[in-house]
Design a protein around this ligand. Structure first.
Ligand SMILES: NC(=O)c1ccc[n+]([C@@H]2O[C@H](COP(=O)([O-])OP(=O)(O)OC[C@H]3O[C@@H](n4cnc5c(N)ncnc54)[C@H](OP(=O)(O)O)[C@@H]3O)[C@@H](O)[C@H]2O)c1
Length: 256
């Protein structure tokens, strides 16, 4: 049984749907005070109302420094500080390099990579004060471990998050802050469903556990990394993918 995180103040970016909403629901279910963040104010408010447990919402684009600062201040004002940041907001338009407009590269990097940096920097003054702050990044298997056509920019951003983390966690250790990353495989979310039925079926068939993950699978991993018991773990990656990265070939799956 992990020590309770009841009453902790938690910012979850990209929490109006998908994995972020799952993370927010798992933390709220444990009695934490959760700030649901997304660009669309109505969607973030609706998600907070659905999650319940006193969850609040704030509209912010994490790629914008002013808005990231406003998000952190609003959370601290609402809940008396910030104990945990789940930097989860991300986008994954699928475009091959030959067709990719440079502006799409900037959008993906701005949201997924710079957005992590700005969220961490904005929340830092309050995370420092706790003496045991926790930062959990949502990275991906795509980039750090695997590749997939159309996601060169995305993979670069998700690998970049880990490079950022490995230096940031050394800098922040003196404040008792830990930073770790969860690397989801294919998780059923509104965003992933948009890739179509064929993608979802083929993907499930290539996963040893034969199913896509749930948003709660990622929420539970984040919850562990945010716990007191995980306090000696920093700068690490936790893959949550149903074994997806393990088969060496199609044959490895067929012979099982
Ligand atoms: N689903 C998967 O299988 C999977 C696998 C590996 C990694 N991931 C990672 O998990 C994270 C969430 O993915 P998801 O599938 O849950 O995506 P999703 O269903 O598309 O949800 C994305 C969330 O992020 C918010 N968001 C997007 N850009 C933002 C910005 N600039 N500032 C603030 N919020 C922003 C969206 O709300 P607004 O549009 O209102 O801003 C929404 O709440 C991403 O980092 C993604 O790379 C997902």
């Amino acid at each position: 049984m992990l020590t309770s995180i009841k009453g902790k103040s938690v910012v979850v970016t990209g929490a109006s749907k998908g994995i972020g909403k799952g993370i927010a629901r798992v933390f709220a279910g444990q009695g934490a005070h959760v700030m649901v963040v997304g660009r669309n104010a109505d969607a973030a408010a609706a998600a907070a109302a659905e999650i319940g447990g006193g969850a609040k919402s704030f509209a912010a684009d994490v790629a914008d420094w002013e808005q990231a600062q406003a998000m952190a201040k609003a959370t601290a004002d609402a809940f008396g500080g910030i104990d945990i940041l789940c930097a989860n907001a991300g986008v994954y338009p699928q475009t091959k390099i030959e067709e990719m407009d440079p502006s799409e590269w900037d959008l993906v990097m701005g949201t997924n990579l710079k957005g992590n940096f700005l969220s961490v920097k904005a929340c830092l003054p309050w995370l420092k004060k706790t003496g045991e702050g926790r930062i959990i990044l949502t990275s991906s298997i795509t980039g750090p471990v695997t590749g997939f056509p159309g996601w060169a920019h995305y993979g670069a951003s998700k690998s970049g998050q880990l490079g950022f983390m490995r230096t940031a966690c050394i800098e922040l250790a003196k404040y008792g802050i830990t930073m770790n990353a969860v690397l989801p495989g294919n998780i059923i979310t509104e965003g992933l469903e948009g890739l179509g039925d064929d993608y979802l079926k083929t993907m499930a068939a290539s996963i040893p556990l034969k199913k896509l993950g749930s948003v709660e699978d990622i929420g539970n991993a984040a919850l562990f990394l945010a716990s007191k018991e995980a306090g000696y773990i920093t700068g690490q990656t936790l893959i949550v993918d149903g074994g997806q990265i393990l088969p060496e070939s199609l044959e490895a799956m067929e012979q099982a």
